[in-house]
Design a protein around this ligand. Structure first.
Ligand code: ATP
Ligand code: MG
Length: 413
């Protein structure tokens, strides 16, 4: 991609209403543009990051047998009346009026859609277990949309739902999803600071689990057992002030962002829709269900909160919008010609490159933009480097600059 042709540019000044590091950096670097409180446009750079995060999640969901589908944004009021969440979730539900005056909700999550949908196709024990998921925007009228992408009113969610013939099978699959979630957080570069957190399951079950990433801006307090790499949340600490795994009472309090949440909903939703299956003896049995969420847009904001310095973002390679940021510095044609050749060869090799080909932009400004945008590898071609028959290679997360011979730079990626 040529930077001169990229829609969305960096800005020297921080947006006046940025209430967080992620809101400021993602806006200044040209990844997002705020529409209104809690609602963002994803510009091309930002969309690449969001897609990369979603694709990591997608790959891991496919690995555990998830069937990807896409449900609608709009759903008729009746479905929410069946579950009682027209009342229980009334504080966050957005609604609109359809033709003829029918009330329509913008889904804040999709239990009211997926449960009756699966019910249309699942009749017998032979149809179970089943796991279906989607990656889609959710709508919640959050009282306080804030912290950039962390708490939006329209936000991206991956929601997986699993359906089982009995609780043992649900418990078996729940553990598989838990492992898949850790694979996801590892690939996103936050595995070591993300804790499986025991949460009060409320009416759903004894326990549900959150995945909490330690981060100063996090709204949640978690109590970490450093021995077991698990934590408990506030509601649980009030009832059991110890590690649920090893009994350790020496828990460390940390701020964290909830980046995922998994629930054993059991028959709460299936019974609301009278969703039964026939067992081996042709007897009707309740279907057991669980739901598993991750917020890709919240993850994107969290990554910017964690991986940055005073110059800008430092993307983990797995989600970065491009692998290489190539800069041609100086007015001389020689540097531009050489950079163009490297750009074409790397692109032909399948390496994703953002090439800053702008004329009339100073070397200092190009270098500052590269730091702000945060692409993992920076390659600089200038009169000075060419005098040595070389280019400069620098990793965004390291200070050292390497001098690489021109004919070796392409093969080094
Ligand atoms: P929170 O307690 O932060 O409001 P939640 O318990 O309401 O989260 P879930 O309904 O379980 O969240 O949603 C699943 C995932 O979706 C969360 O773990 C989080 O990553 C993401 N998410 C939830 N609400 C938002 C939001 N307002 N903005 C961005 N992401 C969100
Ligand atoms: Mg919430």
């Amino acid at each position: 991609m040529l930077y001169s042709k990229l829609f969305g540019k960096t800005s020297k000044t921080a947006p006046a209403d940025a209430d967080s590091v992620n809101a400021r950096l993602l806006t200044q670097a040209g990844f997002v543009s705020k529409q209104m409180a809690g609602v963002y446009n994803y510009l091309p750079l930002g969309l690449r990051v969001l897609n990369n995060i979603q694709n990591i999640i997608r790959e891991e969901m496919n690995m555990i047998g998830g069937n990807e589908l896409l449900m609608p944004t709009l759903t008729q009021e009746e479905n929410y009346k069946e579950t009682g969440r027209d009342v229980a979730m009334s504080d966050v539900l957005f609604s609109t009026e359809g033709a003829g005056g029918a009330k329509i909700y913008l889904n804040p999550t999709h239990e009211e859609v997926i449960t009756p949908l699966v019910q249309k196709f699942v009749f017998s024990y032979k149809d179970l277990p089943l796991a279906v998921y989607q990656i889609q925007n959710k709508f919640r009228n959050e009282a306080r949309a804030k912290s950039g992408l962390l708490r939006g009113r329209e936000f991206s969610m991956k929601d997986l739902y699993s359906f089982h013939a009995n609780e043992e099978d649900l418990n078996r699959y729940y553990e598989i999803v838990k492992d898949a979630y850790f694979k996801i957080y590892n690939r996103l570069g936050i595995g070591d600071i993300t804790y499986l957190t025991f949460a009060s399951g409320g009416t759903f079950s004894r326990y549900s689990h959150e995945f909490q990433t330690v981060c100063d801006i996090g709204e949640d307090l978690i109590y970490v057992c450093e021995k077991c790499h698990v934590a408990v949340n506030k509601e649980i600490i009030e009832e059991q002030n110890q590690c649920p795994e090893c009994g350790n009472q020496d828990l460390v309090t940390k701020n964290a962002v909830e980046v995922g949440n998994i629930f054993k909903q059991k028959t709460k939703f299936t019974s609301a829709f009278k969703f039964l299956y026939k067992d081996e003896n042709d007897a009707e049995q309740p279907v057991e269900m669980a739901a598993y969420g991750i917020g890709p847009s919240r993850v994107m904001g969290t990554l910017a909160e964690i991986f940055h310095d005073d110059k800008g973002i430092i993307w983990p390679e797995s989600v970065a919008p491009f692998k290489v940021h190539l800069l041609a510095l100086g007015k001389e044609d020689e540097a531009k010609n050489e950079a163009k050749k490297i750009y074409e060869e790397l692109s032909a090799k399948g390496v994703e490159v953002l090439y800053d080909d702008r004329d009339n932009v100073s070397a200092g400004a190009k270098l500052a933009d590269a730091d702000l945008i945060g692409i993992p590898y920076r390659v600089v071609v200038s009169k000075k480097t060419l005098a040595q028959g070389a280019v400069e290679l620098k990793k965004r997360n390291e200070d050292d600059v390497e001098i690489i011979k021109i004919d070796e730079i392409v093969s080094s990626f």
